[in-house]
Design a protein around this ligand. Structure first.
Ligand SMILES: Nc1ncnc2c1ncn2[C@@H]1O[C@H](COP(=O)(O)OP(=O)(O)OP(=O)(O)O)[C@@H](O)[C@H]1O
Ligand SMILES: [Mg+2]
Length: 224
């Protein structure tokens, strides 16, 4: 029986020739509604693991499941739908579209599904929650790094995904903006029940999560 959360079974990821194992036999289970920090030194494999667990990349060996789907054997249409509707991803460098306003960037994932009008209402709500109302019509180049990052998070949340993945969402932010991002995560985890997994170097932020997965040289050192 496949559960609805995130399950990784004996994940190995290799890169290069000769192949070098970057993830070495990772197994992990994350239940729906969990709030997890992924920590470890630079190069330990955090981004690689996050990409695999979220279905952005495939493991070399092993299996991983999300929301009851086997991501290692899912067809293209289903992974597309899952990624658009059930999974939000915040990249370390936020990749906002420069020619679109903050509001347009946030509603972008919903545009693809022609749900743009309903999405706009929720986008305005998220902007208010994230202290972004003044940025509604601004382009990314007219916003601060912290504002851009919050826009990227709102964009990841616009479809009310069950799963939110974030790769160092606080990495380029000062303390006050970093704190804001973590507060947002805490709130949506609590109020919406969103399953969250985020990568961080900062132990103070990791402590905000309910569980910490420590990676070292491609292996899970401990979970606390
Ligand atoms: N596409 C790739 N091809 C070859 N090697 C890769 C590739 N992606 C990652 N690696 C290597 O895998 C290792 C882990 O990379 P990864 O990006 O997962 O680390 P990380 O823990 O996220 O590090 P950081 O904290 O610096 O972001 C690194 O040694 C990296 O050079
Ligand atoms: Mg990384």
């Amino acid at each position: 029986m496949i559960k609805d959360g995130i399950i990784a079974e004996n994940i190995i990821k290799s890169f290069g020739t000769p192949p070098q194992q970057i993830l070495k036999n990772i197994s992990i289970e994350i239940e729906l509604g969990e709030f997890v920090a992924l920590v470890g030194k630079s190069g330990s494999g955090k981004s690689t693991l996050l990409y695999i667990l979220s279905g952005l990349d495939n493991p070399t060996y092993g299996k991983n499941f999300l929301g009851g789907y086997d991501l290692t054997s899912i067809d293209d249409a289903s992974i597309h739908r899952l990624r658009n509707q059930a999974i939000g991803f915040v990249f370390q460098f936020h990749y906002l579209l420069p020619e679109l306003s903050a509001l347009e960037n946030i509603t972008m994932p919903a545009r693809k599904r022609n749900l743009h009008k309903q999405a706009e209402e929720y986008a305005l709500h998220l902007m208010e929650e994230f202290s972004l109302s003044h940025c509604k019509d601004k382009f990314p180049s007219q916003m601060s790094g912290g504002e851009q990052q919050r826009v990227a998070i709102a964009r990841a949340l616009i479809q009310k995904p069950k799963f939110l993945f974030a790769d160092e969402p606080t990495g380029n932010l000062d303390t006050s903006n970093g704190d804001k991002v973590i507060d947002i995560f805490r709130k949506i985890n609590k109020e919406e029940g969103t399953t969250i997994m985020f990568v961080t170097h900062d132990m103070d932020y990791a402590k905000a999560a309910k569980k910490r997965v420590h990676l070292q040289d491609g292996e899970i050192l401990k979970i606390d």
